[in-house]
Each structure stands twice: as structure tokens, then as C-alpha cells.
Design a protein around this ligand. Structure first.
Ligand SMILES: Nc1nc2c(ncn2[C@@H]2O[C@H](COP(=O)(O)OP(=O)(O)OP(=O)(O)O)[C@@H](O)[C@H]2O)c(=O)[nH]1
Ligand SMILES: [Mg+2]
Length: 332
């Protein structure tokens, strides 16, 4: 299976939602036309001749409104949805469009928004390059660290992971499993100990070992828990005591299934921890993939990678063209 069809396969929930929505929008109008003229000659004759025309719908105000609604329900956010629909309609009012043509227009608009933010996580010569990974509970931080560590290791980098989620013993065990899978050492501290101290010690150790990358996992924290957000700010302050330029990357891991809440997560985490890039996980199980478009349009933060499954190879580089086509169901 090609890379694109795999991604398309994984994003089925989002693409089928848009696909069904567009079919309904176009067919809604065709049904009206057919009802007005009770003899749908073209359809039947065309069908008999084996070249049935694809239904088309005139792009008018009503259709534009339906399009906006569909984009909003696919989690693009109101502002972005209105903007995208308006650009799609520009210069095309009164034209008759098929579902495929609308999909292609939509894919192109989405791609234009995503292109400026699709950037892999930058690598620096600084040793160790410190990568702090943050996000709300269960967003996929630990899994993403495991997947990234495995990819960097495969690319020839020496990687160390620090288990900065010191709240739960199970979190450390989970990270150790990922460390074993990726073949990367995991530094741990006893349950309940100060995550900022562990981060500092991990930096000292990674420097001594000459590691290229230090990835620091953190406990999940909801963006409205000010005590936990303050703890995160402390982790960052302590890291900066060791290296004023660190963390060199602060990755915010977002769960696509949370939809619009992701926007507020980006806002708050950016204020506290100076987020440098995003990873969006769980795009495989949701119809809310459109939220990525809203995020790109609203914040313009780099999107480094997307998670499309639970196993180690299910973290993909973010390709805006493939994503736009997979999201909208348009043919690439
Ligand atoms: N389907 C799917 N599941 C994912 C993906 N990424 C992570 N998960 C699953 O989501 C669940 C939570 O992942 P974790 O990596 O433990 O999330 P976390 O952010 O570390 O969670 P806390 O440490 O509890 O805050 C696990 O069951 C993962 O297997 C993804 O891209 N797709
Ligand atoms: Mg975790």
C-alpha cells in the first residue's frame, strides 16, 4: 500500500464526513431540479448509454452556506471555515460543480493554509538538544516520544529519554517499554519526586554521555489547572538554568479527537512554555481532522508530525498536500 493510500485509509472518518456532506449538498439541489421537471431524461438516457453525468450544483449563496456549515462541523472552526468557503467560491459564483470538483477546490484551499506550517522538527548542532514534550492528559506525549526516539535513533542520533512524569509509577514503566522498543536509555526518578530536578539531572547526564538529543516527557496537565501549569513553568526555568537556550524544542502534543479544545490548549501552553511546534495524534480515529486547519490558520505554529495509530511506525511527517487530499477525500 502506498504511503498516501495508507494515510487516506487512516483518515477515513474525516474524509468520509466531508465526502458524505458534499454529496448531500450537491444532491440536495439535484433533487429539487428533478422534482421541478418530473422527467429526469438526461439521467436515464445517460445511464442507458452508460455515461451517466455526475450530478452538479450551481454555486450560489445557499450552497456557500451549506459548505460553511459542513466545514464547521468538520472542526475547522468558524473563522477558518468561512474563510476557506469564501476562497473556494471566489470567481466561481453561478458555476455548476461536481462533488469531485468541490473536493479538489477544498483540498487546494486546505493545502494553502497548511503549507507554511508543515515543517519537521528542526535539529541543531547543540549537544544535547533538549526536547520538552508537553500536553493535556492522554494526548499521546509518551507514545509520541517513543515513536520520535525510534525515528531519531534510526537516523543515527544518540537519544536519551527522561521520564519527567513522576506522578505515576505506571507512566515510568510505560516510557521504559517505549525506550526498549526504540533501543534508547530512559532516565527515571522515584514516583512523586520533583520533575524539574529530574529534567536538570537528565541534562547533566545527557551532556556527560555526549547524547545528541534529550527528550523529556512530562505529566499530562489540563490547561485550566494553574497549579500544574505553574509546575511546567518551573520545569522550563530549571532547564534554562543549565542551558539558557533550552529547551530547544517544546513540543505540544494534541489529540485530534478533542476538536476545538485544541485551540485553547495551544493558547495556554504557548503562554506558559513557549511552544515551538505541534504534533497532532489520533488522526486515525476521528472525524475532527479539520481542527488541524483551524490551528494552522489561527496560530501558524509549525506542525512537525502526525500520529495515525498506536504502533512505533505510526508517526508520519506532516505532508500538507497528502493531508489536504486525505482529509477532503479528493484524489491526489
Ligand atoms: N489511535 C491512536 N492512538 C494513539 C495515538 N497516539 C497515542 N495513542 C494512544 O493514546 C493513549 C494515550 O497515549 P499516551 O502516550 O499514554 O498519552 P500521554 O499524553 O503520555 O498521557 P498522560 O501521560 O496520561 O498524560 C494510548 O493508548 C496510546 O496508544 C495515535 O496517533 N493514534
Ligand atoms: Mg504519558
Amino acid at each position: 500500500m502506498s504511503f498516501f493510500s495508507k494515510m487516506k485509509d487512516r483518515l477515513t472518518k474525516s474524509s468520509s464526513k466531508i465526502d458524505e456532506g458534499l454529496q448531500a449538498i450537491v444532491e440536495e439541489d439535484v433533487a429539487v431540479e428533478v422534482a421541478e421537471d418530473a422527467t429526469p431524461k438526461a439521467g436515464i438516457v445517460g445511464h442507458l448509454l452508460g455515461r451517466e453525468e455526475k450530478p452538479r450544483r450551481v454555486l450560489d449563496d445557499a450552497m456557500l452556506e451549506s459548505l460553511e456549515e459542513l466545514l464547521i462541523t468538520s472542526d475547522m472552526g468558524v473563522e477558518t471555515a468561512l474563510k476557506v468557503a469564501a476562497s473556494m467560491a471566489e470567481g466561481r459564483f453561478g458555476k455548476k460543480l461536481t462533488v469531485d470538483e468541490i473536493k479538489e477546490l477544498l483540498a487546494n484551499e486546505v493545502k494553502a493554509i497548511l503549507e507554511p506550517v508543515a515543517r519537521p522538527m528542526p535539529l541543531y548542532t547543540k549537544k544535547p538538544q533538549v526536547v520538552l514534550v508537553v500536553g493535556v492528559n492522554g494526548s499521546g506525549k509518551t507514545t509520541t516520544i517513543g515513536k520520535l526516539a525510534s525515528q531519531f535513533k534510526a537516523a543515527g542520533k544518540s537519544v536519551v529519554i527522561a521520564a519527567g512524569d513522576t506522578f505515576r509509577a505506571a507512566a515510568v514503566e510505560q516510557l521504559q517499554v517505549w525506550g526498549d522498543r526504540a533501543g534508547v536509555p530512559v532516565m527515571t526518578a522515584p514516583e512523586g519526586s520533583d520533575p524539574a530536578s529530574l529534567a536538570y539531572e537528565a541534562m547533566v547526564k545527557a551532556e556527560q554521555d555526549g547524547a545528541d538529543l534529550l527528550m523529556i516527557d512530562t505529566a499530562g496537565r489540563l490547561q485550566n489547572r494553574s497549579d500544574l501549569m505553574e509546575e511546567l513553568a518551573k520545569i522550563v526555568r530549571v532547564i534554562r538554568k543549565k542551558d539558557p537556550d533550552a529547551p530547544h524544542n517544546t513540543l505540544l502534543v494534541l489529540d485530534a479527537t478533542t476538536g476545538q479544545n485544541a485551540l485553547s490548549q495551544v493558547k495556554v501552553f504557548t503562554e506558559i512554555a513557549d511552544v515551538s511546534g505541534l504534533v497532532m495524534t489520533k488522526l486515525d480515529g476521528t472525524a475532527k481532522g479539520g481542527v488541524l486547519v483551524a490551528l494552522a490558520d489561527t496560530y501558524g505554529l509549525p506542525i512537525h508530525a502526525i500520529g495515525v495509530g498506536e504502533s512505533i511506525e505510526d508517526l508520519q511527517a506532516f505532508d500538507p498536500d497528502e493531508f489536504a487530499h486525505a482529509l477532503t477525500g479528493a484524489a491526489l
